[in-house]
Design a protein around this ligand. Structure first.
Ligand SMILES: Cc1cc2nc3c(=O)[nH]c(=O)nc-3n(C[C@H](O)[C@H](O)[C@H](O)COP(=O)(O)OP(=O)(O)OC[C@H]3O[C@@H](n4cnc5c(N)ncnc54)[C@H](O)[C@@H]3O)c2cc1C
Length: 381
């Protein structure tokens, strides 16, 4: 594994940081309070090339390797404090664009991928349902085979980007008795008769990433909108989750670095008992733990990205990265909060926002319990 970055890679990371600082942070506290989706910033990121980073040039992507992509996403998380926007972009990249690239027919790819990468349309991913979360393959949304396609009926919940989406990758079963082998994946366009977004789901963090519920009522989907063969949905979901778990938290590494630098500056500046609070060992040790977590997270991210760049299947490493990075950002959010004392609890410094945002990470793409289950399975337990 070689993590010695070239000058070109580092230059691009610096360009991402400059862009993010200049373009993405204004009015964030208000946006967070009002839970507003920053469409303008979404488009700016797409124009800068974020959405398309690792995707082929043929679809308008940047053709970056995965390690360079992760270095760039790290830069985005460092420069941009809007974790919700970054999460929303990542949700589209890894679980909408990636399955389209890997499993859709060429004409379907051509129809949606360039528009998603250019930021002209927004994509969502619908797997979770009111009665199936961690037990994803017990889904109830039905895909009834009819001439020329399928008729979808059911409800998808917790769908990130749902309220603003133009297209969704949706999973449904052709036969619940077949368990995971009955699941198929479809791409569905907003405006298709029988497809609607029923409600906006309020949540505690990642406020600029809207979440909703998708409803399918006898919604006809043409056969060409199925991704992969019938019954391949579980494998498509697993493949997307492996990409998502490996890559979705790359920007958290940058966010943790930003958080650490600010905590150090605060601990040097804030004085109590006649000295900077950083001089108290309890305060310093918490910040040291933040640094150790940051560097461990960074190595795990680069390792899984390197494995991916070698074309290797890496479900266990992806689960380890997802588990560690999400829990590390949460724990460091707590340590940052303690460093700032009561000021951390107010909305003055954005410390509480990072902590609220971090909590989402231990649930999406499979909870920490589920990542541990995956790792345990690979250990033969
Ligand atoms: C911010 C956010 C964004 C999301 N975005 C999307 C999206 O875009 N698309 C989408 O489809 N879904 C999305 N989700 C849903 C997410 O994937 C689910 O929340 C997650 O899979 C857990 O399902 P659940 O919430 O129904 O919890 P449950 O499955 O009901 O779990 C409840 C608790 O039981 C534990 N548990 C359950 N089963 C086991 C087990 N076998 N072993 C050990 N513990 C277990 C869980 O870890 C958890 O602590 C999102 C969720 C969040 C929070």
């Amino acid at each position: 594994m070689d993590f010695a970055w070239s000058e070109e890679q580092l230059q691009f990371r610096r360009a991402v940081i400059d862009f993010a600082r200049k373009e993405l942070n204004s009015s964030l506290p208000g946006r967070d309070r009002e839970a507003q989706f920053p469409r303008e910033n979404w488009i700016k990121c797409a124009r800068f090339g974020i959405h398309g980073l690792p995707f082929p040039e043929a679809y308008g992507g940047g053709n970056s390797d995965i390690l360079t992509t992760m270095l760039s996403m790290e830069g985005l998380g460092y420069g941009c404090s809007d974790n919700g926007l970054i999460f929303a972009i990542n949700a589209q990249m890894w679980s909408v664009q990636m399955p389209l690239l890997r499993f859709a027919r060429e004409e379907v790819r051509q129809k949606y991928l360039p528009a998603l990468i250019r930021g002209e349309i927004i994509g969502a991913h619908g797997m979770s349902e009111p009665d199936s979360g961690s037990d994803a393959y017990s889904l109830r949304t039905r895909a009834r085979k009819v001439e020329g396609g399928y008729v979808l009926s059911g409800t998808k919940t917790f769908v990130s980007n749902g309220p603003v989406a133009d297209v969704a990758v949706v999973f449904a079963t052709v036969d619940p008795k077949r368990g995971m082998w009955g699941v198929s994946a479809f791409i569905v366009e907003m405006g298709t008769p029988g497809f609607s977004v029923s409600r906006h789901i309020d949540k505690m963090g990642l406020q600029s990433s809207p979440m909703g519920e998708l409803i399918f009522e006898d919604c006809f989907i043409p056969e060409e909108n199925r991704l992969g063969p019938e019954g391949a949905g579980a494998n498509i979901f697993k493949d997307s989750m492996e990409w998502e778990r490996a890559c979705i938290l790359g920007s958290y590494v940058g966010a943790m670095e930003r958080q650490l630098e600010r905590a150090v500056a605060y601990a040097r500046d804030r004085r109590q008992f006649g000295q900077p609070i950083g001089g108290f060992q309890s305060v310093a040790n918490r910040i040291v733990d933040m640094k150790v977590r940051l560097e461990t997270a960074r190595l795990l991210l680069y390792r899984v990205a390197w494995l991916k760049s070698q074309g290797k299947s890496t479900p266990m490493d992806a689960a380890i990265a997802k588990l560690y990075l999400s829990e590390a950002f949460l724990q460091s959010g707590m340590d940052a909060m303690r460093t700032y004392g009561g000021w951390g609890y107010t909305t003055e410094f954005g410390v509480e926002r990072d902590l609220r945002d971090a909590l989402g990470g231990i649930f999406y793409s499979g909870t920490s319990d589920i990542q541990r289950n995956i790792i345990a399975r690979f250990l033969g337990l």
